[in-house]
Write a protein that binds this ligand. Structure first.
Ligand SMILES: [Zn+2]
Length: 69
């Protein structure tokens, strides 16, 4: 039986993973994924940052949100 083609991709960058760092392609991507998980634990409490509001440059308090407290 032939080996099935390796369809796995590095979840970080999408490159073919290496055996050593599977399912990641490199140590850098593996570290990045680890940091991503750790980042959830170290994230400061509070509302999540809204990319749209950041792009808009406004905090949205004066648009459709009522007065907060
Ligand atoms: Zn990668």
């Amino acid at each position: 039986m032939a080996k099935p083609p390796n369809k796995q991709k590095c979840p970080i960058c999408g490159k073919p993973p290496s055996e050593e760092f599977s399912p990641f392609c490199s140590r850098g991507c593996k570290d990045r994924d680890l940091l991503k998980w750790l980042g959830d634990g170290y994230r400061v409490p509070g509302p999540p940052a809204d990319p749209e509001s950041l792009v808009d440059g406004r905090n949205g308090l004066d648009s459709d949100a009522p007065d907060r407290l």
